[in-house]
Ligand binder design. Sequence first.
Ligand code: NAP
Length: 229
Amino acid sequence: MTSLPTALITGASRGIGLAIARELEATHNLLLGGRDEQRLKELAATFRSAEPFTADMSDDEDVERAAKQIAGLDVLVHSAGVATRGPIDQMSRQQWRDEFEVNLFAVAQLTTLLLPQLRATNGQVVLINSGFGLMTLPDNSIYCATKWALRAFGDVLREEERPNGIRVSSIHPGKVDTDMQHDIVEYNGGEYQPELYLKPESIAKAVRLAVDATEEATVDMISVRPTRK
Ligand SMILES: NC(=O)c1ccc[n+]([C@@H]2O[C@H](COP(=O)([O-])OP(=O)(O)OC[C@H]3O[C@@H](n4cnc5c(N)ncnc54)[C@H](OP(=O)(O)O)[C@@H]3O)[C@@H](O)[C@H]2O)c1
């Protein structure tokens, strides 16, 4: 690793997180989050300076083990996330638990574990939230609840950490052309039309704007929506 600042991106194995990693590659040493160590190693080798951050975000012991290996950190991007679809009367308590584990509890735990490192660098936390953290839609109860809760978490964290010099940004994408949307179209039926979706790179540019803000400026929130959908 060189003397550039370090960014940890969860969910960097694919989709939005991978696009963020590609965007930050020129200016940061990267820790790439995901579950498959071998795949992450191969992916890291395609970057200028990157190492795997292998952890199952639904497993608190695994998150703690992985976080302990991080000595210094400037930017923490939370992009790992899952989405369950279906009406409320078909959702089990376990489904609620499972999605909250990844979309919220892991974010809170990993952030808490890394606050000392982030305070030491006047670092930044970037939360990849969703349009569903700003509005709701039927069949998306669990996902919306996790993202509204993530928004509350980010808003409180921002105020608590202001005196410590940490800046917190919440990015709210509309529908993005990733595996997650492919799965949704499969669930709903119908034809996948990529041109109707945001490119992951467009969300990465919003993250870049937040990360590049000078130290006296916090980008609180950015909403990015597809033009045609
Ligand atoms: N796509 C959209 O339309 C959209 C819109 C708004 C917001 N978002 C949000 O953007 C973020 C990224 O979504 P995406 O579209 O890029 O999703 P994606 O293509 O489905 O990728 C999900 C990422 O999360 C990781 N992940 C999932 N469960 C995990 C777990 N238990 N432990 C560790 N990593 C886990 C995956 O790692 P593995 O490769 O190891 O599975 C993968 O890197 C999510 O927070 C999502 O809610 C997406």
